[in-house]
Write a protein that binds this ligand. Structure first.
Ligand code: UT7
Length: 330
């Protein structure tokens, strides 16, 4: 069976930084509350000149450059996102419009678990020997759906994009196991009730209506602590290795307390857990690929390392996988 090694990676972040101190002047909150409950200190927020497409395209270009590939060498583009710029045209097609090429292009909807799910989908096209090179992107601009008068949600989210290039390898590299799960009955703990006024035409039709993210934080927290540990442990077990053979955990960056709980469940010391939630907040589907790219850029993961990815989010859905890092066998 061919394997799907990760040969390139890249990220893109909005220019605007929103700090906890900025939020103190917007809602009834404090830096102390936000840091102690979430670990977040600042996040990046899209401006008028930025979009899901612009972030995803920039991350994709960086990943292609790292892999030494051009868009016309890519067979398939898979995007994990919950915040596409258009509801009819897939975000993957909007990215392709910018990049060029004629690869197949479609989206995967699994909210914050979107990138890990998309990585699993993209990898399987290579494992099945259907395609040789796949571009996988995790991107979200969830702050467009955040109510900046609601302190219980507006402090949590940021925007961003991360991308990887997958290439056919003869060595055991890339995603070696996948664990997907969902509790659809719990969807009302985290959802956006309709998105009717995303486009200006419908904003005129429904001037009072704003599609803001609704969340039952306590329920999501409970769910997250449970599934992050369980799904990561299952992904490791599927490859037949022990927790002590894990070199790096790349968890969804929603809350430092949730990340710490997952690390404890796997018995991993802090230096084997990637954390950037303090700088970026919860970037939804972008959080895992951004963290993975940061770990790779800082050479904190190396050829042959076992890297565990795990994410949870709206759905309620979760996804985990074990990646063997490196480009052997390309
Ligand atoms: O990708 C998935 C996205 N979602 C998540 O990951 C969310 C998971 N849940 C969480 O991370 C946590 O539940 C939160 C960080 C959202 C909240 O932390 P908590 O420890 O569960 O706080 P809480 O909701 O129980 O609220 C405690 C208090 C409440 O006040 P009272 O009722 O005790 O007087 C809240 O009104 O904190 C208040 N509060 C705030 N205070 C200052 C809620 N938000 C804020 C805030 N600043 N931003």
């Amino acid at each position: 069976m061919p394997f799907a090694a990760i040969t390139g990676w890249g990220t893109a972040l909005p220019e605007r930084v929103l700090t906890n101190h900025d939020l103190e002047s917007m809602v009834d909150t404090t830096d102390e509350w936000i840091v102690s409950r979430t670990g977040i200190r600042e996040r990046r927020i899209v401006g008028d000149h930025e979009s899901t497409t612009s972030l995803a395209t920039a991350a994709a270009r960086a990943a292609l450059e790292k892999a030494g590939r051009t868009p016309d060498e890519i067979d398939l583009i898979v995007v994990g996102t919950a915040t596409p710029d258009d509801f009819l045209v897939s975000q993957a097609c909007l990215v392709q419009a910018e990049l060029g090429g004629s690869a197949g292009a479609f989206d995967v909807g699994a909210a914050c678990a979107g990138f890990v799910t998309a990585l699993s989908v993209g990898s399987q096209f290579i494992n099945a020997d259907v395609y040789h090179r796949v571009l996988v992107i995790g991107v979200d601009t969830l702050t467009r759906y955040v109510d900046y008068t609601d302190r219980s949600t507006c402090v949590l989210f940021g925007d961003g994009a991360g991308a990887v290039v997958l290439e056919r390898s003869t060595e055991k590299r890339g995603l070696l196991s996948t664990v997907l799960g969902a509790d659809g009955a719990g969807y009302k703990h985290l959802y956006v009730p309709g998105m009717a006024n995303l486009v200006p035409e419908s904003a005129d039709l429904f001037p009072e209506y704003r599609p803001y993210l609704q969340m039952n934080g306590k329920e999501v927290f409970r769910f997250a602590v449970q599934v992050m540990g369980d799904a990561a442990a299952a992904a490791i077990a599927k490859v037949g290795i022990g927790f002590d053979q894990v070199d790096m955990l790349i968890p969804h960056q929603a809350n430092l307390r949730i990340i710490d709980a997952a690390a404890r469940r796997l018995d991993l010391p802090r230096d084997k857990v990637w954390v950037n939630v303090d700088r970026l907040g919860n970037t939804s589907a972008a959080s895992v690929p951004i963290a993975l790219a940061e770990a790779a850029d800082s050479e904190s993961i190396k050829e042959g390392d076992n890297v565990v990815l795990v994410a949870f989010g709206a759905g309620l859905a979760w996804a985990a996988g074990l990646v063997r890092w490196g480009t052997a066998g390309i």
